[in-house]
Write a protein that binds this ligand. Structure first.
Ligand code: NAP
Length: 387
């Protein structure tokens, strides 16, 4: 979409119309009529009313597929998988409870994370809160004897088996939202949607979603079983979903959007530089073109722009990155991952800042003027997206 059209689109929807004149805590909020300040209480938990008062909710999906969640979710993946060293299980559980305590109600995991260990962690930490938080998970990557094979398997019998196994690991009897993690070229999406429909009728899952798919696939799938959310990579350094029609289709069809890796796998947080070493046994960033030292060095210019933008506004670069995503649409819910309480608090505080649409546009233009060096995925991973 060209800049002019984007502008028109924004004003048509009335997003952020009055934001410039509204007080700080509400600046992201007024654009978002579905977002509600919540005063929900966690039974018996130690949540301070102050923290809770700040948490906002958003709705992913519509009609019977709708799911209300906190405006920012939590990506659990890095607590066991692909993000180098992490605290021990006790530390991770404590942090997940801190997130619940602060009003986070959307937690994201997948069978392939670990594999299996991430769902086990999420189940152990979060099943006691299942009445008030949503642990979403994903099927599709083939896992045999606890190991990923690199193949896809979304055949009906496998989806059913994965569902049963995820239910056990998550210690629950119904999955709030079950995503297909990657498209399976051997199984038409209509068949996947049919299997999901049956699982919803049986109460094993409540809703479903797709990751990294095309508009065509979204339309076919949604026609059979309404989708709650599309989950794809989206952040200031990767805006493909604005160009390939996915965000427009979500808007048109009333489907929510969950940007994954909203900090570009930590890069936009400013704690990674060309000397950063990634755990060779547990970090996919070492194999990503965008995380090679040369690319990191060049792309630091983008982090510098975010830091500069945040300086006069009292925001960190992570808060700038997350705030930019939140103001894009009221049905967008980013899921940053972290292993640190300080980062969790920093990320959740994003909703408190005051930034006008004009200022966001200025940031967007400054970032867009800097070429992004290095692809987001290597050739093998790239083959699995965009169907
Ligand atoms: N559907 C898919 O195909 C797919 C693919 C990838 C990821 N995901 C989902 O998306 C979630 C998030 O993705 P992600 O982990 O790849 O990327 P991310 O959320 O963009 O970045 C996570 C990294 O950022 C760091 N970080 C977090 N907050 C920070 C802050 N305030 N300042 C500085 N650094 C900060 C974390 O390190 P610390 O631990 O040091 O804070 C962590 O290593 C995952 O957990 C997963 O659920 C889905």
């Amino acid at each position: 979409m060209g800049n002019k059209n984007k502008q028109k689109d924004i004003s048509r929807r009335g997003f952020l119309k009055t934001a410039a004149t509204i007080s700080a805590a509400l600046t992201i909020q007024p654009a978002i009529n579905k977002v509600k300040a919540t005063s929900a209480a966690l039974n018996g938990k130690s949540t301070s009313p102050e923290t809770f008062r700040k948490m906002q909710h958003r709705t992913l999906g519509s009609g019977r597929a709708a799911m209300e969640v906190s405006a920012l979710g939590f990506g659990v993946m890095g607590m066991t998988y692909n993000r180098s060293q992490h605290p021990d299980k006790k530390g991770c559980i404590r942090l997940l409870h801190e997130a619940v305590d602060r009003g986070v109600t959307l937690f994201d995991t997948a069978i392939i994370y670990g594999p299996l260990t991430n769902e086990l962690l999420a189940g152990e930490a979060l099943s006691e809160f299942k009445d008030r938080v949503n642990v979403t998970t994903k099927f599709g990557h083939e896992v045999i004897d606890g190991k990923g094979t690199g193949r896809q398997d979304s055949r009906p019998e496998t989806v059913r088996r994965y569902c049963e196994e995820s239910l056990r690991r998550l210690r629950t009897d119904s999955i709030p939202l079950f995503y297909q993690h990657r498209f399976d070229r051997n199984v038409p999406i209509e068949d996947v949607a049919g299997t999901i429909s049956d699982l919803i009728k049986e109460g094993k899952i409540q809703r479903w979603g797709l990751c990294e798919v095309s508009v065509e696939t979204i339309r076919k799938a949604h026609a059979i079983q309404p989708l709650t959310a599309i989950q794809s990579e989206y952040h200031l350094m990767h805006r493909l979903v604005e160009e390939n029609g996915v965000l427009d289709a979500c808007r048109e069809l009333g489907i929510g959007f969950v940007p994954y890796s909203p900090l570009n796998r930590g890069f936009l947080g400013g704690c990674i530089n060309e000397y950063t070493t990634f755990d060779p046994n547990n970090d996919n960033r070492q194999a990503l073109p965008r995380f090679q030292p040369e690319a990191i060095r060049a792309n630091m210019r983008i982090v510098n722009v975010l830091q500069q933008f945040g300086r006069t506004r009292g925001m960190t670069s992570s808060q700038v990155a997350l705030g930019w995503l939140l103001q894009k649409a009221p049905w967008i819910v980013p899921i940053p991952g972290t292993t640190k309480l300080s980062h969790l608090e920093e990320n959740l505080q994003t909703i408190e800042f005051s930034v006008t649409p004009e200022e966001w546009k200025e940031l967007e233009n400054m970032v867009a003027a800097i070429p992004v060096i290095g692809d987001r995925y290597n050739a093998e991973q790239q083959k699995q997206v965009g169907f």
